[in-house]
Design a protein around this ligand. Structure first.
Ligand SMILES: Cc1cc2nc3c(=O)[nH]c(=O)nc-3n(C[C@H](O)[C@H](O)[C@H](O)COP(=O)(O)OP(=O)(O)OC[C@H]3O[C@@H](n4cnc5c(N)ncnc54)[C@H](O)[C@@H]3O)c2cc1C
Length: 224
């Protein structure tokens, strides 16, 4: 990989118990569309070849910073655990942004876990540029405490939210999100956006097809 950009860390804020918002300086020439990602490598000996993909959650017109919401896997010695040790002033290297998940119009957004990140940028952009028009967010998580930016989603005018967890006995519907769950909830005449682990992406794509969503309305890419 080549890394045309170096990003300097400004700050880190908690989002949930295991996700953080990392704010970096935005380098000159770093252009992207909401929903796209870049590969980040920590600019530290032993880590420069270990890049991982992460999605920008700030807006392209925000010139003075670049934000990422990153889930930290604290149970092993990977890149996200190392990212969690960065201090303001530390640097990461970044590739040119890319990615197939971009804004294809008002639709239904199916996310699992940290797969919400491209939809943060896309839904925020749609909310800022003319408002949301009946977009639906169906967001699967293991537990309630894993839900990224739940208050934000509930406060967005025009967005219908469905939070699904694997927990039983709370006020949220139990998972999984499957054909039974989506039948009647998933409009088939507008885009369906899918992001999350590979198993989730494959299953949701198949259900969308089975329910009659045309292939050109399915907006996704390889899962995580
Ligand atoms: C296009 C794209 C965009 C993405 N955007 C984001 C984003 O914005 N935010 C975000 O949080 N994630 C995002 N991801 C996912 C992110 O890239 C991965 O979570 C990240 O690469 C994990 O890196 P890691 O080195 O910490 O873990 P890795 O070592 O790469 O491991 C990843 C997975 O394997 C498991 N695993 C591997 N080894 C062990 C071990 N020894 N013990 C326990 N578990 C293990 C981890 O639990 C985890 O599920 C994106 C992925 C893609 C493809």
């Amino acid at each position: 990989m080549t890394y045309p950009y170096a990003l300097t860390l400004q700050s880190v804020e908690p989002v949930t118990h295991d996700t953080r918002r990392f704010r970096f300086d935005r380098p000159e020439g770093f252009r992207f569309e909401p929903g796209q990602a870049t590969h980040l490598a920590i600019d530290r000996d032993g880590w420069r070849d270990e890049d991982r993909p992460f999605t920008m959650v700030s807006q392209p017109e925000e010139r003075d910073h670049l934000d990422f919401v990153i889930k930290i896997y604290d149970d092993h010695d990977g890149v996200t655990q190392a990212l969690d040790t960065l201090k303001p002033g530390d640097r990461v290297l970044a590739t040119e942004p890319e990615g197939a998940i971009t804004d294809h119009g008002a639709g239904t957004f199916l996310a699992a876990g940290a797969g919400i990140t491209p939809f943060i940028a896309i839904l925020d952009a749609r909310a800022r540029n003319g408002g949301l028009k009946g977009e639906i967010l169906i967001f699967a998580n293991k537990t309630k405490r894993d839900i990224i930016l739940r208050d934000h989603w509930e406060d967005l005018d025009g967005l219908t939210t469905h939070f699904v967890t694997d927990e039983t006995g709370d006020a949220l519907p139990d998972g999984p999100i499957d054909r039974d769950y989506l039948e009647g909830r998933l409009p088939t005449d507008r885009p369906v956006y899918i992001c999350g682990p590979q198993g989730f992406v494959d299953a949701m794509r198949q259900v969308a097809r089975d329910l009659g969503v045309p292939e050109e309305h399915i907006v996704t890419e390889a899962g995580w």
